[in-house]
Ligand binder design. Sequence first.
Ligand code: NDP
Ligand code: BG6
Length: 513
Amino acid sequence: GESHSLPLHKSFANLSEDGNFHISESEKKEPTISITVVGASGDLAKKKIFPALFALFYEDWLPQHFTIFGYARSKLTDEELRNMISQTLTCRIDKRENCSDKMDQFLQRCFFHSGLYNSEDNFSELDQKLKEKEVGRVSNRLFYLSIPPNIFVDAVRCASRCASSPAGWTRVIVEKPFGRDSESSGELTRCLKQYLTEDQIFRIDHYLGKELVENLSVLRFSNLVFEPLWSRQYIRNVQLIFSEDFGTEGRGGYFDNYGIIRDIMQNHLLQILALFAMETPVSLDGEDIRNEKVKVLRSMRVLQCDDVITGQYKGHKKGDRVYPAYTDDPTVPKDSLTATFAAAALFIDNARWDGVPFLMKAGKALHTRRAEIRVQFRHVPGNLYKKNFGCDLDQATNELVIRVQPDEAIYLKVNNKVPGLGMRLDRSNLNLLYSARYPREIPDAYERLLLDAIAGERRLFIRSDELDAAWSIFTPVLKELEGKKIAPELYPYGSRGPVGAHYLAAKHNVRWG
Ligand code: NDP
Ligand code: BG6
C-alpha cells in the first residue's frame, strides 16, 4: 500500500555493485527502490526512460539503494540489456572524467527478466528476482508501463497481483494514450482501478515535465507584473503552438489510430492551457494544483466542429530530396483521413476568460520545430503614438512569448523608440534567453517526472477527473470528424500547414504569431 515518500539520498559513499551480498540488520532498515521498465525493449524505454534514469543516477538524485529491471517478451540477458541501453546513455555534460565509471556503476544495477505481459507466473518470477536484489530491505516498487495501450491492463493486473511491494509502496507510471475518447478512457480508468488506487497511478504527460511549462506558475504567481494582466481585460487571445519538422516516420501504425488532436492537443497543449488559465491554487500541493486545473477544464466549452480545421501532409520533391506523404508510410492505409495537423479555437466560460479565444495549432511535417505559448495583449486605449508606428496599430500590441522548445526563452514584445532625433517606434524584445542566462543544460522532462514519481509528488501527473474533463472537451468533435469522414486539407511536407488555420484564426480576429 501507499505509505511514505522515499527520502532522496545524495550520497554514494556506500554504493554497492549489486544486491547479492549480506547486510547487517541495521542496514536492512534503509529502504530500497526497484524500478521495473515494462516494455524495456521498446523505443521509448531506449530513447527516454533508461537515459533519464542514468542522468538521475549521474547527478546523484536516485536513492542510495536501487535496482532497475527491464521486462519484455524479448529474450535478452542482463548483459544484452546493458549493451542495448548503453548505446543511448550520455553524460549531461559530455567528457566529464568520471562519465564511463558512472555508466558502468549504473549498468551493474540494471537487470532483465523476460516474460509475457499477461502472465502472472512470469511476474511472480520477476517478484522473486526483485526480492533477491532487495536483500531484505523494505522495498518500494515503481513500474513504468512503456508498452502499447492494449496491454496496459494485463500488465497492471499481473504486476499488482504478483509483484507488488510486500511492505513499501507500489506505484505505476502509465504512458499515454489514455484511451481514445471519453468512453474508452473511462473504461481504462475503471480497469486500472480494479488493481490500483488512484494514488498509485502516475499518468504521464511529459510536457508537464518541461522546464518552461513548470515555470508557468512561477512566472504568473511570483511576479507582480503578470498576474494582474492575466484576464480578458488585458489579454486579447492566447495561442498554443506545437510544430514538428518531421512526419510520423516509424510511428505511423500508432499514429493512424489517434491523429494529431489526440496525440498533442487533448493532452500536451490542453495541459499547458490549464496551467496557464487556472485560478491561483490554495498552495503548491499537488492536489491543490490539480483541483484548479480540473476547475478550469470543466469551465471550457465543448469544442465545436466549425472551430476546428484539420490537415494531412502530402509528399513533394524539392531539389534532390523527396518528402514522403503521410500515406506513403506502409503502416498507414492509403485512404487514411487521419489528421497530422489541426487548429482549433477554444473558450473558457468563466469570469476571467469570457470571450478570449485560446487558439491551438499542432502539426507534423511543418517547416519548423517549436512549441510555444503566445499571449497577445489588447491595444493601448487612445494610444498617443498612433502616428509614429511603421505598421498598423494591430501589429503593435504587446505580446508575451513563452518558448517551450527549442531554445527555451521568455520574451515580451514592447514598443520602443528607435534611437535618433525623430520619433519613430518599433517593436523590440525584452528577452530572457535561457541559454544565455542559465548555461547549464536543461534536464529532460522524463528526469523530472521519474524523480517526482519516486518521491510521490503528484503535481505533474494527470488525475483521473482531469483526464475525464479533458476528453469531454474533444470527444464530440472527434466523433463528428470521424463519423462524417471529413477530409483533412492537404499541405506539403515542410510547409506552414493548411491555409484553413488562417481562416479559423481570422474568424476570431486573431493573427497567428
Ligand atoms: P513500442 O511499440 O516500442 O513497444 C514497447 C514494447 O512493447 C516493445 O519493445 C515490445 O516488446 C512490446 N510490444 C509491442 N507491441 C506489442 C504487442 N502488440 N503485444 C505485446 N507486446 C508488444 O512502444 P514505444 O516504446 O514507442 O512506446 C511505449 C508507450 O509509450 C506507448 O504507450 C506509447 O504510446 C507511449 N509513448 C511513446 C512515445 C515514443 O516516442 N515512442 C512518446 C510518448 C508516448 P517485446 O516484444 O520485447 O515484448
Ligand atoms: C509525443 C507524441 O507525446 O510527443 C509524439 O506522441 C511527439 O507524436 C512527441 O513527437 C513530442 O515530444 P517532444 O518532447 O519531442 O516535443
